[in-house]
Write a protein of this length. Sequence first.
Length: 517
Amino acid sequence: MLAPAKNFNPPVFEDLERMHFTTDRTWIIEHSSGGGQPDRVFLSDPMDDTGSESLKGGEKLIFNRSFTGVSNFPETIEINQKLVHALDLYFLADRNAYCRLDEKGDIEEIIKITMLPKGKHPFPGRIVTIRADCLYEYMVLSGTYLIFKFDFTRYKFGHFSDWSDKNRGEEQTHATKYHYGTGPSASFVNGFMISPSTITYDDVLAKRTGRWSNGGKQYATFKIQDWRNKRLVEISCAPQNITNYFDAKPGLPFEVSPAFFRADVLSKYKADPDKYTIGDRTISCRNAWHLTTYDINEEGQVHTYIIYLSQLPYEEQLYWQAFNEWPKAPISKRAFETDYDGQFSTQYDPIIKLKSYVRALDSADLEWWKARGDELIAVVHLPASEAPAEWASEIMALDQMIVEGFQTKALRALLTAKGKTPDKEWGTIKLLEELLVVYGESQEDAKDVVAPLRTLHHLRSKLKGHGAVSERRSLEAQARSEFETFRNHFTQLAAGCDAAMTRIMSLLRPGVTPNDA
């Protein structure tokens, strides 16, 4: 438990020896009656009846809970909610721990509950551990000391009879007092320990001040295009090495000087969508860090600005540094329009358009459309690299976002309602084709409209489904031969799917447009 530090200056050992408490003592509603006094009901603090004046105003840290009278539920351990909330912790059942995110966006266990296997004793043990620096910070800010009460007994099974008064004693230091006893087949020790924080308020303040001011932060070095001074230069991204339009220190590059990277810098973020969120032009890592903008130029290089690199954690800067290279082409036209001209981009992006369509369909509540959800929509991107695996994964994600959204059974019913009897072998895309015919398209035009969707679904089944290795290699070679890069191929395929969705929606659901997203 925690107890007010002011009560231990100096500690009164005789008072602490009178303490008594159990881990199952909690907040309770008490009812008092009799003794010639009127009945009353009141709320009782778990620290109200410890037998020790030194512990008054303290806090219990561990609560052993049980569902009294119900045997199907095991005992559980709960942790002081004030402590849990102050440290911004969340209980994860699969880890049996109270956790939070560290500065890298990774889950770290702060308070861990560990079950010990049964030994000779019939009951298993439990250990509750907490990271010391977190507890010490809380102790400093709450003005408390940590108080341990311990009671250990050891004995040989089948040999212990009783305790004798021999070999008894006690020990006391400035922060500990305990009694002990030994015998031929048993021993015991019980007492208490007073533990102040090993850090001070100034330590806590310095840590927080450093966190918000980036005090002591390290900065990596990057190759950048210093367009202000008309040069390519390699510099540290530390704030003192760059300037802005308002300050404009002589000789320094502007904060919006671009740095360029190999396309596979994005692979790590695409591979872990649970941890990283890739927006249309942003990347974020849970609530740990955020890259404000990036884009891809005509040569397939990822680019961002040195000011935004400086805002990443140092370890993340080093990751980007490993992919850094000199520019092979200028920044994208879209980035120039939005970041330098301050205008909306005139560049057509079929992925953004398709995502808008899907969001609009999701909100329209249609029987023939199964909502895809933000989580699925978020993982669809243009391929950044020339890795066949990335291209295949993006094709699968696009197919899942579009083609798998159409509900075959509902499309059949819609076609039947229009007086057309669907063949039982028809799949989603053929049903869409026939619906277009019913709505007035010629058979040939309807086939052309759905052709990109048919191509997309075919590629998905061959590249990420049951296609033979030789067939996959053939499709990869064909895409490169016709479009030079996987990115170009995917862009054209997505544009075709956008045209198909536009025509399909204009007939099946005229009121649903990308503007509804």
